[in-house]
Design a binder for this molecule. Structure first.
Ligand SMILES: Nc1nc2c(ncn2[C@@H]2O[C@H](COP(=O)(O)OP(=O)(O)OP(=O)(O)O)[C@@H](O)[C@H]2O)c(=O)[nH]1
Ligand SMILES: C[C@H](OP(=O)(O)O)C(=O)O
Length: 223
């Protein structure tokens, strides 16, 4: 069987690039709704789902969902947090998904996890736009060290090469979208109509219109 780990940074400082259109409270609620979408996408694919965070509010919200909270201890950054969580998990195969990838629920994650579960010493990566890693599945769980930030996609590729890991690269449009900027929110209005994230944005009176300019393809407006 396999486990999933969702890392969540402290709510008070997360999604700083959305400050222009969302208050702190709204950014906190957005993260909770995105977490709900990620959980929905994983719940039938894994035997256990964990959230690792140092934020008490995130940990108690996760517990209410039926997710197993892992309070971070003595960790400096995302990679430390993931390392800490991986050591606590028994399953041999682990899937790591950031909390800000709500469209993941449109993919069949169970099929991707099975692919890695069925092949010893293997990994699967779904790259994010901009060179990040939005899904990393490892079998065994410690076959390479999580190396997020920067061009983490290339870092994980190199680690798999160096450790002779059988690597599957799965370029999913939906999983490539992580929500960091107002432009990213536009994709939720096009592809995420059945998500908690979309419903929350609509509750806030946020919508989008097309724009073809160097500033991007979406105009994000608020009633
Ligand atoms: N547990 C934990 N999760 C983290 C940490 N840093 C980032 N994350 C999570 O890792 C995923 C990717 O994070 P980023 O997009 O790089 O950063 P962010 O905090 O979400 O957003 P920004 O404010 O735009 O940097 C998100 O799910 C974050 O919540 C950390 O130090 N600890
Ligand atoms: C966690 C990080 O996300 P990004 O900073 O690329 O949004 C990564 O994917 O390595």
């Amino acid at each position: 069987m396999s486990s999933a780990i969702i890392p969540v940074s402290p709510l008070k400082s997360a999604k700083s690039r959305l400050k222009k259109i969302l208050t702190l409270e709204e950014r906190k609620n957005l993260i909770k709704n995105m977490l709900l979408d990620v959980y929905t996408g994983l719940k039938n694919a894994c035997s256990s789902i964990y959230v690792v965070s140092r934020d008490r509010e995130v940990l108690s919200f996760s517990r209410e969902l039926g997710v197993i909270p892992i309070p971070e201890e003595n960790t400096r950054d995302l990679n430390d947090a993931l390392q800490y969580a991986i050591e606590k998990i028994e399953d041999s195969t682990v899937a790591i998904v950031p909390a800000d990838v709500p469209l993941l629920r449109r993919e069949n994650i169970g099929r991707l996890i099975k692919k890695v579960e069925n092949r010893k010493r293997s990994a699967l990566i779904c790259p994010s736009r901009g060179g990040g890693t939005n899904l990393l599945i490892l079998n065994p769980k410690d076959i390479i060290k999580p190396s997020y930030e920067g061009f983490s996609f290339l870092k994980h590729l190199e680690l798999c090469r160096r450790n002779r890991v059988k690597l599957y690269i799965y370029p999913s449009f939906y999983i490539s979208i992580d929500i960091n900027t107002p432009e990213d929110l536009g994709e939720i209005f096009i592809h995420g109509k059945n998500t908690y994230t979309y419903r929350y944005l609509r509750e806030l009176g946020i919508s989008t219109f097309p724009r073809h300019s160097s500033a991007g393809r979406f105009v994000i407006v608020r009633d």
